[in-house]
Design a protein around this ligand. Structure first.
Ligand code: PBG
Length: 340
């Protein structure tokens, strides 16, 4: 600096909306957003999820409508969770071809299968009466290897229903290799696997329990990673890639952006992030109180997640944000200067 005035002026690149738009390093596109959806067995109408305002457990009819809306707005995929009417210790509904999740996969393929990717959640917690992600051993602990056998059958059932991307969220050791082996043996070598690799035991999953009507006994700390441990997240990522994961994911997003950034540095497969139920609930609840601007806060969070290294993001805001992006693009093509 010479004299009293700065010669370096970073503010030049922030001076106008047009300049800010031109220099933006990070953009969100509808195609890289994935909408998680809940489908409730036996529901005649959609049921609101009170802790996630704006998100619903779908009936089959409302599910069809929401699928088409998501496709119209150009989101990249939908990630399906089933909410079964009856649950048991083994999570039998998960492998029943007529179980709600497998039915939903078939419907999604039929309705919008040409427009977007149909993803299915592969985990037992939605289907077990104890709410754990696996089956239990006699002493009540989650039995890793017995669970892998259930996951193998579940992967095949989902692929047979038409899932293109099977998303493994259970955090059992060896789950990617187990599902890959089962799929290949059953003739589904074309079905891709997403690994929830760096999945942390998080207080922010709270609203999801309501969304899937889960009554978890205990907690998931013996299989999901402790918040304090970044290296374990990376180790899981590397193991899952070795086991054949086509995509790896970090979850939750906002409290784990460092793990996401480190994963993006080392991964040779796409890296995704999940902005989870509690992250959605926080933004939505604060906005309902008039404390923050919902869309602006959602967009800032998503840009942050992408800037940290996510190639795509699972978010309950997917359709809202896609609509907003499409409207802005529409304003520009119609010649308005109001677009930003
Ligand atoms: C497990 C699963 C969970 C979520 C996605 N898959 C819950 C958990 O691990 O406790 C959470 C998603 C969210 O909170 O939005 N099947």
């Amino acid at each position: 600096m010479t004299g009293r005035f700065p010669q370096v002026r970073p503010r030049r690149l922030r001076a106008t909306p047009a300049m800010r738009r031109l220099v933006a390093e990070t953009r969100i596109h509808p195609a890289e957003l994935v909408l998680p959806m809940f489908i409730r067995e036996g529901a005649t109408d959609a049921v609101d999820i009170s802790s996630m305002p704006g998100v619903q457990q779908h009936s089959l009819d409302s599910f069809r409508r929401a699928l088409n809306e998501a496709a119209e707005q150009g989101v990249g995929g939908v990630n399906l969770f089933g909410v079964p009417t009856s649950k048991d210790a083994e999570g039998s509904g998960a492998t029943d071809p007529d179980g709600i999740l497998n039915v939903a996969i078939r419907i999604a393929k039929e309705e919008v299968g040409d427009a977007l990717v149909v993803q299915s959640d592969l985990c037992l917690d939605e289907f077990t009466d104890h709410g754990h992600c696996g089956v239990l051993a006699a002493d009540g602990s989650v039995d890793n290897d017995a669970t892998l056998l259930r996951y193998r059958d579940m992967a095949v059932a989902q692929a047979e229903a038409g899932a293109e991307l099977v998303c493994m969220s259970g955090m059992m050791d060896g789950q990617i290799a187990a599902a890959r082996g089962a799929l290949d043996t059953a003739g589904h070598s074309g079905t891709a696997l997403l690994a929830y690799s760096a999945k942390y035991a998080s207080a922010f999953y709270g609203p999801f329990r309501e969304a899937v009507a889960s009554t978890l006994v205990g907690d998931r700390r013996t299989y999901q990673i402790d918040a304090a441990d970044g290296r374990q997240g990376l180790r899981e990522v590397l193991l899952d890639i070795e086991e054949g994961a086509d995509i790896v994911m970090v979850k939750p997003a906002m409290s784990y952006l460092d793990v996401l950034a480190r994963t993006a540095d080392v991964s040779e497969v796409p890296v995704w992030a999940y902005q989870i139920s509690g992250e959605y609930a926080m933004i939505t609840a604060a906005a309902q109180n008039g404390w923050i601007d919902r869309d602006a806060a959602a967009m800032e969070a998503l840009v942050g997640i992408k800037r940290a290294g996510a190639d795509a993001i699972l978010t309950y805001f997917a359709v809202d944000i896609a609509r907003k992006l499409n409207q802005e693009a529409g304003l520009r093509t119609s010649g308005s200067t109001a677009a930003v």
